[in-house]
Design a protein around this ligand. Structure first.
Ligand SMILES: *Cc1c(COP(=O)(O)O)cnc(C)c1O
Length: 427
């Protein structure tokens, strides 16, 4: 697989290089120049998830990573069911993995790909999270030989459960709560990648949604969703994706470029840079605001250039997207209305995707909104809003009772750098 730096076309890398490097020169994202469509979609849709994903990812990645098939079998050990949530509307539940969020797919795949291609090199994963990424990455890399993980998250701005999932593991997983907001965490990560000496010393790698391996893994479940629909409903499918950094929807659009028949709805919370851009043509990020759907509290989505590149490459138009942005009050109302109507429990991210889908679904279409997190990950909000008492899944009860081992640092790159060098015994 050949990938190019979207900011500097002269930088061209293989899939393995892109996975190890994460990001290119000038913080440019790696992306393929062409996507060759699959010619056997119907046949693929008849296969089980693991076998189909092996075929799709082998098609995309080509003959690199000899262990790819085993990696996929080992990474995708849980289901991605579609569940009827309303008339002509299904939830694609992506939260049946170890940290109960869709990011388990990408993170588990990436951890195994890196483990397979790193050779003898020690690696340090540095990642910023607004919640679920860190949890998924921490779990996916826990006790992986030769790889340390440093997870930055904004102090007090992620849920208790998310924090516990990141900060109670220990061993090769270093949790750092930053006194600031997510965008500052993300900036610290970007600065680290620009620090060539540091980067080389620690073998720096990113596991953010900028890493191409995560995106490619996520392509799989869009096919899995359509495969579960009866054949007559497969022609007019609409996916509604709750967007933060726009990695998930990029994966969906790659699936579309591969030939999956579907259109896409962009669903956001009050951090609505993209919906306003699609409306007005002006890219005008506002300050990030904290919302109920905190994994989407991002005003400068770092995968947006990939969406634009793909739209251009495929000859699509940004006008083809339906979109919407919801306030917290609307999110709460939606959760209550859906629960009352059909009994389906959606956490805030899924609820936004559901509502924006309802607002844009046309006659004869089948809607699928992405259930990106388990409702229990947002238990206190869900319990309060729906006036229920959600049981905590068994796997999480243990985690919750453990002590956090996080360090607390200011939003300052030099402090972070010293901390990492000390933790890795390199100072
Ligand atoms: C990360 C996340 C999102 C946003 O996904 P992107 O790929 O960043 O757009 C949405 N919902 C949940 C629950 C998440 O964890």
């Amino acid at each position: 697989m050949e990938l190019f730096n979207l900011k500097d076309h002269s930088e061209q890398v293989s899939f393995s290089q892109a996975v190890v490097q994460g990001i290119g020169k000038d913080q440019g994202l790696f992306f393929p120049e062409h996507i060759v469509p699959l010619n056997n979609i119907d046949e693929l849709l008849d296969m089980p998830l693991v076998e189909r994903s092996q075929k799709i990812l082998r098609h995309l990645i080509g003959d690199e990573v000899p262990e790819l098939e085993n990696i996929i079998k080992d990474a995708f050990t849980f289901k991605a069911p579609i569940v009827k949530a309303d008339e002509n509307i299904f939830a694609l539940e992506l939260f049946h993995g170890p940290t109960l969020a869709f990011k388990d797919f990408g993170a588990r795949f990436m951890a195994r790909v890196l483990g397979s291609i790193r050779g003898d090199k020690h690696l340090t994963i540095l990642t910023a999270t607004s919640g679920d990424t860190g949890a998924a990455v921490a779990a996916a890399f826990y006790e992986q030989k030769g790889i340390d993980v440093v997870v930055l998250y904004p102090k007090g701005k992620i849920s208790d459960l998310q924090e516990k999932l990141i900060a109670t593991l220990g061993k090769n997983i270093k949790a750092v709560q930053v006194e600031g907001i997510f965008d500052q965490c993300q900036d610290m990560v970007k600065t680290a990648f620009d620090d060539v000496e540091f980067k080389t010393t620690v073998g720096l790698n990113s596991a953010n949604s900028i890493n191409i391996s995560r995106l490619l893994a996520q392509v799989s479940y869009y096919f899995e969703a359509v495969a579960q629909l009866p054949k007559e409903k497969r022609e007019k499918v609409v996916f509604s994706v709750p967007c933060g950094n726009f990695g998930n929807i990029t994966a969906g659009l790659i699936a579309k470029a591969l030939g999956l028949k579907a259109r896409f709805v962009i669903s956001c919370n009050a951090n609505d840079t993209v919906p306003r851009y699609l409306q007005s043509g002006n890219w005008d990020p506002h300050a990030t605001v904290a919302t109920l759907s905190n994994a989407m509290d991002i005003s400068r989505p770092n995968n947006w250039p990939r969406v634009e590149a793909l739209v251009k490459m495929q000859g699509w138009s940004l006008k083809d997207f339906d979109f919407g942005a919801m306030t917290d009050a609307q999110t709460e109302q939606t959760m209550q209305a859906l629960y009352k109507k059909t009994g389906y429990i959606a956490e805030p991210h899924a609820a936004i995707a559901y509502q924006v889908l309802c607002d844009n679904l046309k006659e004869g279409e089948t809607g699928i909104f992405l259930g990106t997190a388990h409702p229990a990950k947002f238990k206190s909000e869900v319990d309060r809003i729906l006036n229920i008492e959600l049981p905590l899944p068994k796997a999480l009860e243990d985690t919750v009772s453990k002590e956090s081992k996080a360090a607390t640092l200011p939003a300052d790159y030099d402090t972070l750098k010293s901390y990492v060098l000390k933790e890795l015994n390199l100072d």
